[in-house]
Design a protein around this ligand. Structure first.
Ligand code: SAH
Length: 362
């Protein structure tokens, strides 16, 4: 651990031992946790019931806020995208998606991404750095404070998806610690049952996740129904091909609760992976493994350097109908925030403006 501590990434126990070292009683550690997570405080000045000398000692030791909001873009559909900067000046993007019943926050696990999925704009950045647990939690704090005000109640509750930049299973330690922190009843109190983690298919971690008792839901990005095509679209397939991936899914299935299913995401690329034949192959593949899964069809979100177009809506519907006819339940995901580069696969620290996307540094 370096000199400057990021307090937002520490558990109540870790905070307690820090305040104890500073000569303060243990309950101050729990108070500190409640301020940072429960009330989403952003500065030491806000911690009004902590003694001034303790606040000063903490400020000397580390920071509460490390992510600076560089830009904030608002879509015509209400989705907000935050372009944040880490202390070492790397981009982190977070998306707040208001929905009728419950809001969803899509967070990033890495700055950039090392996987080279051919249809994803984030891939063009390469991996810049894996984020810390504190940096993951802080994205949620920033988004909630912006949506509802610092520390205010979140009226509709919040779902989280690890579907921003990066591969969450390559940030496994940060991710699992962040999930534990966020689940704390005195903190954000977003329990793992409200969280979905999406992976490109890091097989050993799928198995590892199954053994975590309070674990998030799992989504797996498939994008192709056979190895030949998946090797091209998602090079991670060369390391863990479909047979291994689906075997891991089969093992994971033992950890599903009654009624719980996992999700396969399938980005629909015009003329590439969206034919009737692909739909039949996909249904047969899933049926062969008898998986308790559903398929989310995601129309491709285009971006300049990407050599793909979204499948037309009729194609998506036809694909879905073929899956359903073969007993595979599927849903079409409505893209959100495309106009501000906030949709799946579009996070690559874009700065350009658009009609509704005023930037408001905060
Ligand atoms: N690395 C993780 C999580 C980030 S991607 C993963 O691969 O699952 C989140 C989802 O967006 C994945 O299902 C991915 O396949 C999809 N996606 C990537 N680029 C996209 C694009 N341009 N249009 C639509 N979906 C895309």
């Amino acid at each position: 651990m370096n000199q400057a501590v990021h307090f937002l990434g520490l558990t109540p126990d870790e905070l307690t031992s820090i305040v104890r070292e500073m000569g303060a009683p243990e309950y101050r550690g729990r108070q500190l946790f409640e301020w940072l997570h429960g009330r989403r405080a952003r500065s030491f000045d806000e911690l009004t019931n902590l003694p001034r000398p303790l606040r000063a000692a903490l400020a000397e030791r580390g920071q509460i806020a490390t992510l600076a909001v560089e830009s904030r873009y608002v879509s015509e559909d209400g989705t907000r995208r935050y372009l944040l900067k880490t202390h070492d000046n790397l981009p982190v993007e977070t998306v707040f998606i208001p929905e009728e019943r419950r809001d969803t926050i899509c967070f990033s696990s890495q700055s950039g991404c090392p996987l080279q999925c051919d249809f994803c704009l984030t891939a063009k950045l390469g991996l810049l750095r894996t984020l810390t647990a504190g940096e993951i939690v802080e994205q949620i704090v920033v988004a909630l404070n912006d949506a509802y005000g610092v520390g205010a109640e979140t009226p509709r509750g919040t779902n989280l998806v690890a579907m921003g930049a990066g591969e969450p299973f390559l940030a496994f330690d940060s991710l699992t610690k962040a999930l534990r922190l966020m689940a704390e009843p005195k903190g954000l109190h977003i329990v793992p049952n409200r969280v979905t983690v999406s992976t490109a298919g890091v097989v050993p971690r799928i198995r590892e996740l199954a053994h975590i008792s309070e674990r998030p839901h799992l989504a797996i990005s498939l994008a192709a129904p056979n190895d030949e095509l998946r090797d091209k679209l998602m090079p991670i397939n060369k390391k863990w091909p479909l047979a291994e991936l689906l075997a891991a899914c089969k093992d994971f299935e033992h950890s599903l609760k009654p009624g719980e299913r996992f999700t396969f995401e399938y980005v629909m690329l015009d003329g590439v992976n969206d034919t009737d034949d692909h739909a039949r192959q996909l249904a047969n593949l899933l049926n062969r493994h008898q998986l308790r899964a559903k398929v989310n069809l995601i129309p491709h979100n285009p971006a300049d350097p990407l050599p793909y177009r979204p499948s037309p809506p009729e194609r998506v519907e036809r694909f879905k109908a073929i899956l359903e006819a073969k007993g595979v339940q599927s849903f079409v995901r409505r893209p959100r925030g495309r106009d501000i580069y906030a949709a799946c696969g579009q996070l690559a620290a874009r700065r350009e403006l658009n009609p509704s996307g005023a930037t408001v540094p905060r």
